[in-house]
Write a protein that binds this ligand. Structure first.
Ligand SMILES: [Zn+2]
Length: 323
């Protein structure tokens, strides 16, 4: 009898799971995703950047230097930015965005060089088009490797293309009912301090910057004085609230970047704006100090706070705030 009851209960539980609607991001807190967030686009910075013609409407491509291109996705709330770095012998694609467009096709229009993908971390909006490329490189952290091997299924991805999360039509080629980020196997893993050579003088140094996620890295291009920050910095709001954030590590990583500020002039960030002056980094370090000291201007919704600073915001949970 107990056995039958248990089996029935398990069956009911499975049914409930199956019917559980995906979280609708249009219901997300106003302090994370303001209504009609796209009204503030285009961001002013883009008018000063050189835009390149490409065949897919989903992407906007901007030339930052002779051999550095920003691939921007302005029609989805995350405003993801990937970067194509051209060397003399090979190219590196820093992150692959949401996967909504056909990034492989786009990259083929931009370079003939062999392309390796390096993920700054493995949140869905940085690995979306990984599966379209042959060489995927990530940091040597179990969280990164596991996430790439698992992929992201349609149920997890669907909320990011529903409601107010997008404001322009999706590409016709995207089948929303089967869209997923398939499992990929990393071809190579990176350690802190590794140097990736692109041919000629172009090299990237791996700087391990955990905090936003356990396996986050930044990539330093010393010759061009650029720092590719992934989500360790973007204008915002900086996501310092999700479950996988470690606020102490995050602060230590910002301090580490601050300690090397003489080596870069611009930050090429994972969202919103691809060309941010490096002077913001010491201000981010200071901002975390201000928040932890119980100061600073914020809006609150439940246990979530959005702090406002000049040029960036920070989203943090109240339980993370401690001196
Ligand atoms: Zn992220």
């Amino acid at each position: 009898m107990n056995g039958i009851l248990l089996i029935s209960l398990v069956f009911i539980l499975i049914l409930c799971q199956g019917n559980k609607p995906a979280q609708d991001t249009s219901q997300r807190s106003e302090i994370i995703q303001p209504q009609k967030w796209w009204k503030n686009l285009p961001r002013p910075k883009y008018s000063s950047l050189k835009r390149m013609k490409v065949s897919q409407e989903w992407y906007e491509v901007y030339q930052l230097t002779d051999d550095t291109l920003a691939i921007y996705e302005p029609y989805q709330f995350e405003e993801a930015i990937s970067y194509l770095l051209l060397g003399k012998e090979t190219a590196v694609l820093v992150d692959t965005g949401t996967g909504i467009g056909n990034l492989r096709k786009l990259v083929t229009e931009l370079t003939d060089l062999p392309v390796s993908v390096i993920n700054t971390h493995t949140h869905w909006d940085h690995i979306g088009a990984n599966h379209r490329f042959d060489t995927i490189i990530c940091f040597n952290h179990p969280e990164c490797i596991d996430k790439l091997l698992k992929g992201v299924d349609n149920t997890q991805l669907r909320p990011s293309i529903t409601g107010d999360s997008i404001w322009k039509p999706l590409p016709k080629e995207l089948d929303t009912s089967s869209w997923e980020s398939p499992s990929v196997k990393p071809s190579k893993i990176l350690e802190d301090g590794d140097i990736i050579k692109l041919g000629g003088e172009r090299k990237l140094e791996v700087i391990y910057t955990p905090g936003h996620s356990p396996g986050s890295i930044c990539l330093l291009d010393k010759k061009n004085r650029l720092l590719f920050t992934g989500d360790t910095f973007f204008p915002g709001p900086l996501y310092a609230y999700p479950e996988d954030v470690n606020i102490d590590l995050y602060r230590a990583s910002i301090d580490r970047l601050n300690g090397r500020i003489e080596e870069y002039d611009y930050l090429c960030s994972g969202h919103n704006d691809p060309w941010v002056k490096s002077e913001v980094i010491p201000r981010v370090a200071r901002a975390f100090q201000i928040i932890m000291a119980g100061e600073g201007d914020f809006k609150q919704d439940g246990d979530l706070r959005r702090y406002y600073f000049e040029g960036f915001d920070i989203l943090i949970r109240t339980d993370m705030i401690k001196d």
